[in-house]
Design a protein around this ligand. Structure first.
Ligand code: NDP
Length: 256
């Protein structure tokens, strides 16, 4: 009786940064639940590799090149998805970057790169999706925060500012768009083994070793660990849930 509420057959999902790391883990989950999936990123080679991985799942998938920090590029992405799949039901605003250094060492251009990608990019993708959602009577937006949406960190100032902003944006979109039957929720990943964190593990090994120690689950997460919550938040099972920010962190954020 419950299995149908997680079924995404006939739904179309767009995953920004779906060509690697957490985005690909989520894209695989959505495809396995039956959704057609558009994989959006800047690197066409990575996107082609991701599509090859998705092929074995069997749901329709398409590549789309985008720079989510560029408004025109985001609108072009929406048009391409509409042209190929004919509708849009789910947006996972996952693409993001980080640059680690003490606050006083950032060039202004680095601050802008992080904020423009993580926060402005999420805003652009969400607002560009709304007209598509209205055409089909509703939609689901999943934003990606971080432990840095909750905690600060000495070498992640702009990143933490962007991810705190993502959560407040999520709540505000949820309030504003409930009238359109659009649910907007954030996933806050804990420490997940991806290309984004592999660089940090090399540059600050002691700090990163502490993560395993502090995480009650006793391990780093894998991209696939995010798929279950993403499918839930993309599905009718979560139709009365909006504006939340849910950690997927092996208990990291509740350990004193
Ligand atoms: P990755 O670096 O593996 O993936 C990031 C993705 O974002 C890439 O696929 C990249 O695609 C895409 N991307 C970056 N900038 C742009 C842009 N301007 N336009 C379009 N696509 C872009 O990192 P993760 O998978 O680890 O991170 C995914 C999300 O999860 C990010 O928002 C990150 O902040 C968040 N997160 C990650 C955590 C972790 O521990 N890994 C913890 C908490 C949050 P391309 O290479 O094609 O540009």
């Amino acid at each position: 009786m419950m299995s149908g509420v997680f079924d995404l057959t006939g739904r179309v999902a767009l995953v920004t940064g779906g060509n690697g790391g957490i985005g690909l883990g989520i894209a695989k989950g959505l495809a396995a639940a039956g959704a057609s999936v558009a994989i959006a990123g800047r690197d066409a080679v990575k996107t082609a590799d991701a599509l090859a991985e998705l092929a074995s799942i069997g749901s329709p998938a398409m590549p789309v090149e985008v720079d989510i920090a560029d408004e025109e590029s985001v609108h072009t992405m929406m048009r391409k998805v509409g042209a190929q799949f004919g509708r849009l039901d789910i947006v996972v605003a996952n693409a993001g970057i980080n640059i680690r250094k003490p606050p006083e060492d950032y060039a202004l251009a680095e601050w802008h790169a992080i904020i423009d990608t993580n926060l402005t990019g999420t805003f652009l993708c969400a607002t560009a999706a709304l007209p598509e959602f209205k055409k089909v009577g509703g939609g689901k937006i999943i934003t990606i925060g971080s432990m840095a949406s909750i905690f600060g960190g000495g070498i992640i100032g702009p990143y933490a500012a962007s991810k705190g902003g993502v959560v407040q944006l999520t709540k505000s979109l949820a309030v504003s768009w409930a009238q359109h039957n659009v649910q907007v929720n954030a996933i806050l990943p804990g420490f997940i083994d991806t290309p984004l964190t592999r660089g940090g593990r090399q540059s600050a090994p002691a700090m990163f070793a502490k993560v395993t120690e502090r995480t009650p689950a006793g391990r780093w997460g894998q991209p696939e660990d995010l798929a279950g919550l993403a499918v839930f938040l993309a599905s009718p099972a979560s139709n009365f849930i909006t504006g939340t920010a849910i950690p997927v962190d092996g208990g990291y954020s509740v350990q004193i």
